[in-house]
Write a new protein. Structure first.
Length: 153
């Protein structure tokens, strides 16, 4: 349940912040948890987004035919291991795949002490190891309020 609630809350915020582009060529479409495939493997993200675009042929697209890859991929990890998260990140940011990937890690604890989220982008990447560019951390300092810390690399 925390996994689905997390996805829903984040998708709601992305849609809200992108609503100013509604009715324009930059309108953002949400594709939910659409299944994608490349030549070697397949993956289903928790949420996919891309701007409205004219139909173009994209060889070896996300359905191995001509379906466009999404620009933004969102993954919420609840019980997944760090290795699983890293594999997902490598898939989404492989060449000619998605442009940005947001990963939110929710630790399964009785009362949240600390939650983390990372934003990865292929732009300005120095190596293929895809180091995170932005990390957001929520910490529950006094069990009453959450404090947000943002670090940029």
């Amino acid at each position: 349940m925390p996994h689905e609630v997390g996805i829903s809350a984040i998708v709601k915020q992305i849609n809200r912040h992108c609503s100013n582009a509604d009715g324009t060529n930059a309108e953002i479409y949400g594709f939910g948890s659409t299944r994608t495939r490349d030549r070697n493997r397949g993956k289903e993200a928790d949420a996919l987004f891309r701007p409205k675009k004219p139909a173009v042929t994209a060889p070896n697209g996300s359905d191995r035919n001509d379906h466009l890859w999404s620009n933004l991929v969102m993954e919420v990890a609840y019980a997944e291991t760090s290795d699983h998260i890293e594999e997902a990140l490598k898939y989404w940011l492989s060449p000619d795949h998605a442009h940005d990937c947001i990963i939110v890690k929710i630790d399964p604890v009785s009362q949240a002490k600390c939650q983390s989220a990372w934003h990865y982008c292929i732009s300005n990447r120095i190596t293929r190891r895809t180091p995170h560019r932005t990390m957001c951390m929520l910490e529950n300092k006094n069990n009453l309020s959450m404090h947000l810390y943002i670090k940029r690399k």
